[in-house]
Design a protein around this ligand. Structure first.
Ligand SMILES: NC(=O)C1=CN([C@@H]2O[C@H](COP(=O)(O)OP(=O)(O)OC[C@H]3O[C@@H](n4cnc5c(N)ncnc54)[C@H](OP(=O)(O)O)[C@@H]3O)[C@@H](O)[C@H]2O)[C@@H](O)CC1
Ligand SMILES: [K+]
Length: 460
């Protein structure tokens, strides 16, 4: 059972292609299914610790994995029963079912067991479960002590995180061969429990990966405040938000943070490390600025638009957040020829790029291509995409992040990474990782100021 940090993410079609590519020489679909069944049996034996296991098998190859695992668990002397929603339909499932020498109970009449192994449907699910199957799954899951899903919980679409109907909550999901988008996209991800990968010897490559600890810029003996990264935070009508971004940039490791406010020096006296100046458009073209953070507390009035335009024409690397995402035009962004990172939440994303039926990964990739910017599409399942197609999917973030000011902290942290010289995609990744780690370190009911302060410690 492999933790999923940093692993490639494959859609159902990409996984199928990877499996086909793996079937060379004497490796057949049966070989892969046997490997999957054996890996599942090993994992389940460890998790079940001797308790009775009920394996639910569907008609396709997900069911096939279930029959193989059941047969292996029984050979190990563990108490196992099998219940099926219908007879096997695929060749793989028929072969696997023939290897199970016990009884097969009808799913709707099956009695619960402490360990539930759901092998009803995986990547081949094409429509909602029949009502009776869904009811049986929910009934057996609610009576179980531990619920384990094979590849994906049955009822989850593979590529977009959608639920095709009412679903029970699982404790462990054993992804086979590769992580799929729904293992991290919401709402599906919140029902999966711990997601672990089982290796079945299929080589998987993808431009999309799960977030992992990134390389963070570190100072050395020759570093000075400008080489560590100079961040200019453009303030507006609500200076608290831009103050938070400035604090976060410092705490994330920036060497110099300039806060450009409307009416000259402002803000709490405790923040001595932030350099405060009155805003002037020509201050933004200063060559040493490694990143301009614009948007937190900017407002949406004429002054705000003017500042945004000045930031765009400065050509300096940009982090565009909050109010600036409501003011900016995609065309103007595409014309800015420096590095740029947009950090929209769902509402800002729709405002900028329009409503779409696409899944979050595809929509974010399209937005990055269209704007020429790295897009950090925030949420419980943040997706980062670059114009060249690279993407990072982030596992569920702390729900306590849903409080005012946490977005400002993220913008500041990303600004610090950009100013330190990371390329925009890596800067976004590093900022998002630091932010998630800081949230974890803060525990519950923290405020955005705590989150910004925690960034220093989680840099490690
Ligand atoms: N390929 C490989 O090499 C390997 C694959 N592996 C495993 O295979 C899984 C993918 O297998 P799969 O493609 O057979 O899909 P699976 O999810 O079992 O179900 C498809 C079947 O269900 C049917 N069906 C769909 N929706 C339905 C519904 N709501 N209600 C009722 N029926 C429904 C659908 O038929 P349909 O009616 O749509 O034509 C079809 O018969 C994958 O997740 C992994 O576990 C591993 O063993 C490693 C090697
Ligand atoms: K399943």
């Amino acid at each position: 059972m492999i933790p999923i940090d940093g692993l490639p993410v494959l859609t159902a079609a990409e996984m199928r292609a990877a499996e086909l590519a793996a079937m060379v020489g004497d490796v057949t679909e049966a070989t892969l299914m046997d490997r999957a069944g054996a890996a599942i049996a090993r994992a389940v034996a460890r998790l079940a610790a001797g308790r009775e296991i009920l394996v639910l098998c569907g008609p396709g190859n997900n069911g096939g994995d279930g029959y193989i695992a059941a047969a292996m668990l029984r050979r190990q002397g563990l108490p196992v029963r099998v219940a099926a929603s219908e007879a096997p339909r695929s060749d793989g499932a028929r072969r696997a079912a023939a290897l199970w020498d016990g009884a097969v109970e009808p799913l709707v009449q099956a009695k619960p067991a402490p360990i539930l192994l759901d092998a009803l449907f995986g990547t081949g699910l094409s429509r909602p479960l029949d009502h009776s199957v869904q009811q049986a799954l929910c009934r057996l899951a609610s009576a179980a002590w531990l619920r384990i899903a094979v590849d994906l919980p049955s009822g989850v679409a593979t590529d977009d995180g959608k639920l095709l109907g009412e679903m029970p909550r699982f404790d462990v999901t054993l992804a086979l061969g590769a992580v799929k988008p729904s293992h991290v996209l919401q709402p599906a991800a919140s029902l999966m429990g711990q997601v672990r990968l089982l290796d079945i010897g299929v080589s998987t490559e993808s431009q999309a990966h799960i977030l992992a600890r990134p390389g963070l810029p570190e100072p050395n003996a020759t570093s000075h405040k400008y080489s560590r990264g100079m961040v200019a935070v453009v303030a507006g009508s609500m200076s608290g938000a831009s103050e938070l971004a400035a604090l976060a940039a410092l705490r994330a490791g920036a060497g110099y943070v300039l806060h450009l406010a409307s009416a000259g020096p402002s803000g709490p006296a405790s923040l001595h490390a932030v350099v405060r100046r009155g805003y002037a458009a020509d201050a933004l073209s200063e060559e040493r600025i490694g990143a301009i953070v614009i948007g937190p507390g900017l407002g949406r009035d004429g002054d705000a638009s003017e500042r945004l335009n000045a930031a765009l024409v400065s050509g300096r690397p940009l982090v565009v957040d909050g109010d600036a995402l409501r003011l900016v035009q995609i065309e103007a962004l595409a014309e800015h020829d420096g590095s740029k990172i947009l950090t929209p939440h769902g509402g800002e994303f729709t405002h900028l790029f329009g409503k779409t039926a696409d899944d979050k990964l595809s929509a974010t990739r399209r937005a990055a291509r269209q704007s020429g910017a790295v897009v950090v599409h925030k949420g419980a399942d943040t997706v980062i995409a670059a114009p060249d197609g690279r993407a990072i999917l982030c596992p569920e973030a702390s729900p306590w992040l849903s409080t005012a000011g946490t977005g400002d902290v993220l913008a500041g942290a990303i600004g610090a990474m950009l100013a330190a010289g990371l390329e925009p995609f890596r800067a976004a990744e590093a900022g998002v990782w630091l932010h998630a780690q800081a949230a974890r370190a803060c525990g519950k009911a923290f405020i955005a100021d705590d989150l910004a302060d925690a960034l220093s410690a989680v840099r490690g």
